[in-house]
Design a protein around this ligand. Structure first.
Ligand SMILES: Nc1ncnc2c1ncn2[C@@H]1O[C@H](COP(=O)(O)OP(=O)(O)OP(=O)(O)O)[C@@H](O)[C@H]1O
Length: 118
């Protein structure tokens, strides 16, 4: 997270597991994970924990530079690929390009700008 506020563009995480092994649960956590209840909070998935950390890093940066108004933009993308055999992995990874300084780009995916959560 510190790297992302230090202008390193992109973090790519690939999670490979058999069906029903808990990939979605690991990424998002319990369906009520956004509730403030302590138990649900401890069952937040990786995405929510990462964003919590990211926003606290942004707050720390803003405090360190309180004389300036800092602007941050964060993008989060998900690509779900069904892999039938391990031999499919190289063909999927050929769609993913890491470009400096733009960041990570996946062929055929479009990017939407989102201002708020519905
Ligand atoms: N750590 C966990 N604690 C409690 N329940 C879990 C946990 N991991 C997975 N589950 C439950 O197991 C079931 C399957 O998990 P999940 O949907 O995350 O699997 P998946 O790997 O994403 O499946 P698929 O490949 O079908 O998309 C869900 O009902 C989920 O709530």
């Amino acid at each position: 997270m510190y790297l992302s506020v230090e202008k390193v563009n992109g973090c790519l995480m690939i999670y490979l597991a058999k069906t029903s092994r808990g990939k979605t649960y690991t990424m998002w956590g319990h369906p009520n994970a956004l509730l403030e209840d302590a138990w649900y909070r401890t069952n937040r998935g990786l995405t929510l924990c990462a964003y919590e950390r990211l926003f606290s890093c942004i707050d720390e940066e803003q405090l360190k530079h309180s004389d300036k108004q800092l602007n941050f933009q964060s993008y989060c993308s998900f690509l779900e690929a069904i892999v039938l055999t391990l031999l499919d992995i190289p063909s999927i990874s050929s769609f993913i390009k890491v470009d400096v300084p733009t960041g990570i780009c996946v062929d055929y995916l479009t990017e939407e700008f989102v201002r708020m959560m519905m």
